[in-house]
Design a protein around this ligand. Sequence first.
Ligand code: F6P
Length: 324
Amino acid sequence: MEEIRKIGVLTSGGDAPGMNAAIRAVVRTGIYHGLEVFGIKRGYQGMIEGDIIPLATQDVSGIIQRGGTIIQTARCKEFHQYEGRKKAYDQLMKFDIDAVIVIGGDGSFTGASIMSKEFDIPFIGIPGTIDNDLYGTDYTIGYDTATNTVVEAVDKIRDTASSHGRIFFVEVMGREAGFLALRSGIACGAEGILVPEEKKQLDKLRKYMAERAAKKKSSIIIVAEGDEEGGAIGIAKRIKEEFPELSIRTTILGHIQRGGSPSALDRINASRMGSAAVEALLDDQKSIMIGLVNNEIVHVPLNKTVKMDKDVDRNLLRLAEVLI
Ligand code: F6P
């Protein structure tokens, strides 16, 4: 394999708190090892357009605590086509970039895996998404901060819910996965948690409403946006029709979950993974994702992270049922 001297780093897909900490770690580890590091702006869109800037140590000063991504992100349709990827490759060659580190989710890794094969250029993935839905890693960057954001918001909702004796349906993000809903639901003592990985939860919810909801001061039901029964608004409407005596309200937390200063855990995980990504490149690795399993850095083939599904922690699901 050719010697790596110049590397690019990009963030792609939905932003996640902690991405800046990962960028900082990539830049500083790269420079530590004598590499030149470039920021590819707006994900694959910027790669296609050649929106590429050099990043020095001081360019990543004071960003570890900032949410979002200083090099911005995008979802790029053009990159799905060979012609788009060819344009992107030509730009990389123009800047003499030998390898790319992609911080993002499974859509971003699909593109990375294809381009890496087509043009024989090393790509290393760093998992960054609040959804935590990537196979091969226990944590993705942003998941912990988003969990804390949900908990903080729901604690506030709990105050008004208990004052009025109401039932609140709170919808949280997660795309097709229930990791964020389950973890935050346990942390805020939710009376119900609906996730796509577990079926027949609506029946349990009906039973809860019939037997216990009226006796409690208030209830919080967390609904993952990808639940097969639909979003919080639809589910709340159905429950209200069946139990008209209950006072029900709905909150959709939305993009608030993607913002904010990253938690210490996200900063540390992002720093470890960013640094490990550069070291993997120097170790002649290509087409892998850096993951964290049992708090240890692991290397997972990129195509495996895309093809395989990750299940939610079944012990947490059971715990949620016991504690309700
Ligand atoms: O993947 C992160 C995520 O925030 C999902 O939880 C959500 O479904 C989606 O992105 C929203 O995407 P957008 O910001 O493009 O509306």
